[in-house]
Write a protein that binds this ligand. Structure first.
Ligand SMILES: C[S@@+](CC[C@H](N)C(=O)[O-])C[C@H]1O[C@@H](n2cnc3c(N)ncnc32)[C@H](O)[C@@H]1O
Length: 319
């Protein structure tokens, strides 16, 4: 028991070592030919001693393979952590090692006060903070995009979007979900709605970008709205405001697709995800019943739900 506990205390070191390798672009460098300790030291003027310990950890844990001549090669997971791999998880990996980690270190503040430790530390809510730090905003959205490409790959099959002439992904980030839908349902008019700072710099093929604030106004331009992993960022009052604005933006009988991690619809344990939402956003992972209650309050009628993947559920509502 003691040895299990002692190992658990330092479990996060593994992630931090791997995210450090990402931060140094180590996997890209090895892939591009800096594939020995000496080459890495010479090309980057890094400390050979400390680097050898990191390389050793990456070898022991199976991220790297090494030849007899001490040449390193990437295995499959290391390959996914190259910045230049467009199907990879480089930004997703780095996402958890900055402000998220700091907020977690002050989780005791959230537990004592109910307030997000992120807000306590950074004096702002997470999304407003990002809009003031352009580089962090870009990296966060690249991370969300990498998660979303994988998480939403079954979305076009799970729902028959052909019944809609127009679909708007509200809080859609860099547009992974709506792009997957547009690829399949080529005749649908597709819109991506997000904050000005988010939509401003991105290019999306045949998807209209709409900049705005979902607490303020969502334009009535689509007969279906997708809200994916948005409501879980907000407390009940804020969630209510977003849902009411979605309701007002939809025509009669318009459809809302709410995609969330519903604690009662997955066999996975969401308690750590909830603690993360508490620390970052003063929110938590709700059950489907809680989401349905919030949507009813905004005026929606619940129709049915469908699993999207192991973690996420699509809850479908009508105006
Ligand atoms: C957790 S991310 C989800 C992104 C995407 N839907 C996904 O599932 O990967 C929440 C999104 O809400 C957007 N957002 C936050 N506050 C907003 C606001 N006031 N108005 C519009 N979008 C906002 C963020 O920019 C971000 O793209």
């Amino acid at each position: 028991m003691k040895s299990e506990l002692k190992s658990m205390f330092t479990e996060h070191w593994k992630y931090l070592a791997v995210s450090t390798a990402c931060k140094l672009n180590l996997f890209d460098k090895i892939h591009e030919g800096q594939n020995t300790l000496n080459k890495l030291v010479e090309c980057n003027l890094w400390n050979g001693n400390t680097l050898s310990h990191l390389l050793n950890f990456l070898f022991i844990t199976g991220f790297l393979e090494v030849d007899d001549d001490r040449t390193y090669h990437l295995n499959e997971s290391a390959n996914l952590l190259r910045q230049n791999n467009i199907d990879g998880l480089y930004y997703a990996c780095l996402n958890w090692s900055a402000e998220h980690l700091t907020a977690w270190q002050h989780l005791d503040h959230s537990i004592k006060t109910g307030e997000s430790s992120f807000k306590y530390l950074y004096k702002n809510n997470f999304f407003n903070y990002l809009s003031k730090h352009p580089e962090k905003l870009i990296n966060y959205h690249k991370a969300m995009y990498q998660y979303a490409l994988d998480d939403y790959k079954e979305l076009p099959d799970a729902v028959d979007f052909s019944v809609h002439q127009s679909i708007m992904d509200v809080g859609g980030g860099y547009g992974a979900a709506i792009s997957l839908i547009k690829e399949r349902y080529v005749n649908a008019n597709c819109y991506l709605f997000d904050m000005e700072a988010v939509v401003h710099g991105i290019f999306l093929n045949q998807i209209h970008k709409v900049a705005g604030d979902f607490f303020n106004y969502i334009p009535p331009i689509a007969d279906a709205i997708i809200l994916a992993r948005v409501i879980h960022d907000w407390n009940d009052m804020e969630a209510q405001k977003i849902l009411c604005n979605c309701y007002n933006a939809l025509p009669d009988r318009g459809i809302l697709y709410l995609i969330e991690n519903c604690s009662d619809k997955t066999c996975l344990d969401l308690s750590l995800l909830s603690l993360n939402m508490i620390a970052m956003c003063q929110s938590y992972e709700r059950s489907s019943i809680e989401y349905i209650r919030l949507c009813h309050k905004a005026g929606f009628t619940y129709l049915y739900s469908k699993p999207l993947n192991q973690l996420q559920t699509i809850l479908i509502f009508q105006k």
